[in-house]
Design a binder for this molecule. Structure first.
Ligand code: PXL
Length: 273
């Protein structure tokens, strides 16, 4: 059985990061090992939250894994929470990845702003981490911050192409920009692949915005890649799955907007994988 490692925070409530990645990657029939970088009471889109940096645990965990000769057939990183952690993550990728796909989701902002507690130093550290990846999945906010480009709400393919080109020059082999709007009604991804091909895929956009959709997309996309699906097929499935999870959320009375009801669609993954 394939075994991958995901490195992200553990938010006890509010579906994102590990509580999304573990069930989704597991649904692909892949063992999803997890290294929590921080422990939060909820994700940071709530009003009150606690944050405990678990960076101090990473070195002893690495040493113990080395003694056990543990390796992973792929590594997927998300929200990390601190610069010190990013340095350790780089080493983990070098030491513990056994030839698998490395995906970096530089989760650090949205809607033109960085999440709480992040600054330009954190952005630069994420940019350096992205350089090591086979595939990265920034949204437009994250790409703009990493590249020092203006954040635009209205844009065409030139803006997206410039982002992709610069992110690939920085080192990432494949770039998938997420949360891209097309016209007033569509949302999806704009991708620049290692082959030089540019590829876009969109679905109908719902009015409401939900937290954690980027994490659902990234986890499904990574699960698809790790199970050997071609990149374009994995991208399309992940977009459709994210859209379906949003629809499933809206169908529930009194739904909450802190995370999407991706659990309702898990069977689609087992059928696809
Ligand atoms: O979904 C991104 C994310 C992950 N982890 C934490 C967050 C957020 C977004 O706000 O706060 C802790």
């Amino acid at each position: 059985m394939k075994k991958i490692l995901t490195i992200q925070d553990f938010s006890c409530v509010g579906k994102c990061s590990l509580t999304v990645a573990i069930p989704i990657v597991s649904a692909f029939g892949i063992e999803c090992c997890a290294l929590p970088t921080a422990l939060l009471s909820t994700h940071t889109q709530f009003k009150n939250w606690t944050f405990t940096n678990l960076c101090g645990q990473i070195e002893p965990i690495k040493r113990a894994w080395e003694k056990e000769n543990i390796k992973f057939q792929g590594i997927y990183t998300g929200y990390l929470g601190g610069i010190d952690i990013i340095e350790s993550v780089k080493e983990i990728i070098k030491k513990f990845n056994d030839g698998g796909i490395v995906m970096v989701d530089p989760a650090m902002g949205d809607d033109g702003e960085l999440y709480a507690n992040f600054d330009m130093e954190y952005v630069s550290a994420n940019k350096a981490l992205c350089a090591l990846a086979d595939v990265i999945t920034p949204n437009i906010t994250e790409a703009a911050f990493m590249l020092g480009m203006d954040y635009k709400q209205e844009y065409g393919s030139e803006y997206l192409l410039e982002m992709c080109q610069k992110l690939r020059q920085n080192g990432a082999k494949n770039v998938v920009i997420t949360g891209v709007r097309k016209g007033k009604t569509q949302v999806g991804v704009f991708c620049s692949l290692q082959s030089g091909e540019v590829f876009e895929y969109y679905t109908e956009r719902e009015q409401n915005d939900f937290h954690g959709t980027g994490d659902v997309f990234a986890s499904v996309f990574y699960g698809g890649l790790a199970s050997g699906k071609p990149l374009k097929q994995a991208v399309k499935f992940a977009c459709d799955y994210t859209k379906k999870s949003i629809t499933a959320t809206l169908a529930e009375p009194n739904y909450s907007d802190y995370g999407v009801y991706f659990e309702k669609c898990i069977k689609d993954i087992t059928n696809f994988a």
